[in-house]
Design a protein. Structure first.
Length: 155
C-alpha cells in the first residue's frame, strides 16, 4: 500500500516548476467576514530575482479595480498534477503596479526573462479591456510536492 505525503521542493525544483510563467489563482482580501476575491491569472516568473509578474484585465463592468490596487496583499497559488504526483507553490506578498513611469532597467530586464501566457477567458473583445501589469516581490514562497512511500503494512 502506498502512503502519500508532501515534502518541500528545493529552490531548484521550485524554479523548474515555475518556469518562465504559467497560470494560477490570485486571492485578494475583502471586507471583514467576506470570502477572498479570487481569480485565475497568468503569471511570469523571474528566477533571477524571485519576482512574479501579472498582466491583469480590467473591464468596465468589473469590481476588480476596487480590490486589486497598488500595494494590495495577495496570495498566489499555482499547481499541477502529473503521473509522478502533484506539485504546488503558494506565494504571499504585496502587489505593486508597474506603470510606464515606474519601469526601470531592472524591471525591463526581468520582463525579458519571463513569459506571461495569454489566456483568452474574456466574454468580450480584449480590445475593450484595460490591461495593467503588476509585480509581486514575495514575502513568503512555499513549494511542495507529492512524495509517495511504501506503507509498512502497520508494522
Amino acid at each position: 500500500m502506498e502512503d502519500t505525503r508532501s515534502v518541500t521542493m528545493s529552490d531548484e525544483e521550485r524554479d523548474e516548476f515555475l518556469g518562465a510563467g504559467g497560470t494560477g489563482v490570485a486571492s485578494f482580501p475583502q471586507a471583514d467576514g467576506e470570502a477572498p476575491y479570487s481569480l485565475p491569472v497568468s503569471y511570469g516568473y523571474d528566477p533571477e530575482t524571485g519576482g512574479f509578474y501579472f498582466r491583469l484585465a480590467f473591464g468596465p463592468d468589473t469590481s476588480k479595480g476596487d480590490v486589486v490596487t497598488d500595494r494590495t496583499p495577495i496570495t498566489f497559488v499555482t499547481h499541477e498534477q502529473t503521473d509522478t504526483g502533484w506539485r504546488s507553490v503558494v506565494v504571499t506578498g504585496k502587489l505593486h503596479e508597474v506603470t510606464e513611469a515606474a519601469i526601470n532597467s531592472e524591471v525591463v530586464t526581468a520582463i525579458r526573462r519571463i513569459h506571461i501566457p495569454l489566456v483568452d477567458v474574456f466574454d468580450r473583445n480584449p480590445r475593450e479591456l484595460e490591461f495593467r501589469f503588476f509585480h509581486l516581490d514575495p514575502e513568503e514562497v512555499h513549494g511542495k510536492k507529492e512524495a509517495r512511500t511504501e506503507a509498512d503494512g502497520g508494522k
